[in-house]
Design a protein around this ligand. Structure first.
Ligand SMILES: Nc1nc2c(ncn2[C@@H]2O[C@@H]3COP(=O)(O)O[C@H]3[C@H]2O)c(=O)[nH]1
Length: 662
């Protein structure tokens, strides 16, 4: 080894820093350097110098990064925050970004803004609308590729049109692959995945992606070699999944999904006929157009005539020229066989679709028929039979089913709650009787309601009966009636009113659990019914609400405001009569104070008549007052209890007064 090829370098023992002299290796933190000279060959020396240069370069890079923290670097991508994102809007953050990515960035940003980074494929209407477009493009290929293959439709004038349509369909396919499919949320282990990158990765690994890519392969380039032939576009049919997806999604959002199912089944039928028409034309061409009686004659519209042939053969209508050659007979036989199998299955499918669409109607008819049969065989009076039929018809017409609860019971509790809350909670919250009640209690109540339809004139409850249910009017009206033959209407309750709660909320001691009035449906009345047992079960858990309800029922009426509260639970009442106002209304020294006297004086009908005469002018006849008392005071109550001091009975008196004296 020559002296010139030898160079002396010094290595600091711990950190292996390369130094050009021993003193360079001294530093404050290394007080006693143990540097020893290393003798290296010239080649090795060159290598080391190169390494040192590389280190210097690296140091420079780091220095640069200190000045510009977002300088591109393999180790670090710039932090994503708004400011940086804006500054580097069109810069690709990752080293693996391609030019295409870089160019597409502004477009993808815009698309993200419009569509969002992920799409819910089940409910997103925009996606379903897009799918309809893809379905049109797919159907264009599905129907026109065979027809263009079979019939001579590629004449020079038509080629530009076909070409344009092909391009449009292809663009739709490509947009679907780039924009929509890589954004579709999916479910993994019960979690919905929204992350764009994960979704993209999943799509790219799916068989759908493979089919989608195959469907857009530019096989049309073969036109250059073999001429303009639609057979080269046959790979476009690989997009069939989009059609079936569209079909499912549409069924999911349509209120009458069977309409789409019928259209789809008819479409299948027409497509098979269409294919057959194409085959017939090809067969005719093979035989020679117009050569025999069986083939297409070459006259008129080729497609129309061939389609006509297909309809007659495949649906086995017959009446066609007899095939003669072996080829013709074989073709015709194949047609008949296909016709039998395909059409029998399509007809079966159609029957299922129509059967499913009318299933509920069939169920209704069957229930009603069974009931009528039962009534006839048990000699039920005709009048009752008519009422039962009317009930069936009205219930079916008004709610589209006989028993709503049957449908709801199939659902999990959370769904039932959602539906019940959505339909009725707002109405419930407005009912005065429930004001101040716990919302959760109302929801519990909603879940236990049963819907029942009453026919005009039906008694919902009768005075003196034991009250086992309370009612909320869903639709229609009921009337609180009394007097001889129940001819007197004390009050009419409308949708949203509650009744039947008096006997339910009072204790059975002294007959408090008996109905205090007759209530009958005025027209058709659709009522929610709440069982006493259900109500009690609920109230056990809501003692506060129980107090509110009890208060709503028994609160003493003190002034106009409170009177409203007390009476409002019976629904809309007639306005305060002029006469009542003349007597000072319900305020101090007014009607109530006068009536309270009867607590002490009440001993017979004459006293009541006297008070009535005092209050109402012209006076009410004593016989009417007597009949009111008989119909209002629960039989179990001692006669000494004044009927006036109960706000509800008071309202009845006022109603009678209005109806008689106005
Ligand atoms: N007694 C009475 N009941 C009324 C009146 N208005 C509505 N109703 C309702 O008619 C229902 C009959 O049954 P309930 O006694 O259980 O509860 C009664 C009240 O809810 C009224 O003015 N007097």
């Amino acid at each position: 080894m020559s002296q010139s090829s030898v160079r002396t370098l010094y290595v600091r023992s711990k950190s292996f820093t390369l130094c050009s002299s021993p003193t360079d290796c001294y530093s404050e933190d290394v007080p006693s350097p143990e540097s020893r000279p290393i003798v290296i060959s010239k080649d090795f020396d060159a290598q080391l110098i190169e390494i040192v240069q590389q280190y210097r370069q690296r140091t420079e890079q780091f220095k640069e990064k200190v000045i510009d923290p977002y300088a591109s670097s393999p180790e670090r991508s710039p932090p994503v925050n708004d400011k940086v994102a804006k500054e580097h809007k069109y810069m690709c953050p990752k080293m693996e970004c391609t030019c295409v990515d870089f160019l597409l960035k502004p477009i993808t940003d815009r698309v993200d803004k419009r569509l969002g980074t992920s799409i819910d494929p089940f409910t997103d209407r925009k996606y379903i609308a897009w799918l309809s477009l893809v379905t049109i493009a797919f159907n264009y290929n599905l129907w026109f590729i065979p027809v263009r293959m079979a019939f001579p439709y590629h004449d020079p004038e038509a080629v530009p049109l076909w070409f344009t349509l092909d391009i449009i369909a292809d663009i739709i396919y490509v947009i679907d692959i780039i924009v929509f499919q890589p954004r579709l949320q999916f479910c993994k282990g019960g979690d919905i995945i929204y992350d764009k990158d994960v979704i993209k990765k999943k799509y790219r690994g799916s068989s759908r992606f493979q089919n989608d890519v195959l469907s857009v392969l530019p096989s049309d380039l073969l036109y250059f070699l073999f001429g303009f032939k639609s057979v080269f576009r046959i790979n476009r049919l690989m997009k069939s999944e989009a059609f079936f997806e569209f079909s499912d999604r549409l069924e999911g959002i349509m209120t009458k999904a069977y309409i789409w199912r019928v259209i789809r089944t008819i479409g299948y039928l027409m497509f098979i006929l269409h294919l057959n028409a194409c085959l017939y034309y090809v067969a005719s061409e093979y035989q020679g157009i117009g050569k025999t009686k069986w083939v297409y004659s070459g006259q008129g519209s080729a497609y129309l005539r061939c389609y006509y042939f297909a309809v007659r053969t495949l649906i086995n209508i017959g009446g066609l020229p007899e095939p003669h050659t072996v080829f013709e007979i074989t073709f015709q036989l194949a047609n008949f066989f296909v016709g039998v199998f395909v059409f029998s299955s399509l007809i079966g499918q159609m029957r299922d679709v129509i059967g499913a669409a009318t299933a509920s109607q069939t169920y209704f008819r069957a229930s009603m028929d069974a009931c009528v049969e039962y009534m006839v065989s048990n000699h039920i009076p005709r009048l009752v039979q008519t009422r039962v039929r009317t009930w069936y018809n009205y219930t079916w017409d008004s709610q589209g089913m006989l028993d709503e609860s049957e449908l709801l019971e199939q659902m999990p509790l959370v769904m039932r709650t959602a539906i019940a809350v959505d339909i009725n909670l707002a109405t419930f919250q407005k009912i005065d009787l429930f004001k101040g009640c716990d919302n959760q209690m109302l929801v519990d109540m909603l879940l236990r309601l049963k819907s029942i339809v009453y026919l005009p004139g039906d008694f919902v409850c009768k005075k003196g009966d034991i009250g086992k249910e309370m009612y909320i009017i869903k639709a229609g009206e009921v009337q609180v009636i009394g007097g001889p033959d129940n001819k007197i209407v004390f009050v009419t309750l409308k949708a949203g009113c509650v009744f039947g709660e008096i006997s339910l909320l009072q204790s059975s001691a002294n007959g408090g659990n008996r109905r205090t009035a007759n209530v009958a449906a005025h027209g058709f009345a659709n009522l929610f019914v709440l069982d006493k047992k259900d109500l009690n079960d609920i109230l056990i858990h809501y003692p506060e609400s129980q107090k509110v309800l009890a208060k709503g029922k028994t609160a003493p009426v003190k002034d106009e405001g409170e009177k409203k509260k007390g009476l409002a639970m019976f629904g809309q009442k007639p306005p305060t009569p002029k006469m009542l106002r003349a007597f000072g209304g319900f305020g101090k020294g007014g009607l109530l104070e006068k009536l309270r006297v009867c607590d002490d004086l009440m001993s017979g009908i004459m006293v009541q008549t006297h008070i009535c005469n005092l209050v109402f002018h012209p006076p009410i006849h004593p016989s009417i007052i007597s009949s009111i008392n008989q119909s209002i005071i629960p039989p179990s109550l001692p006669p000494s209890i004044c009927p006036f001091n109960h706000p509800s009975n008071l309202s009845i008196y006022l109603s009678i007064y209005l109806s008689i004296c106005k």
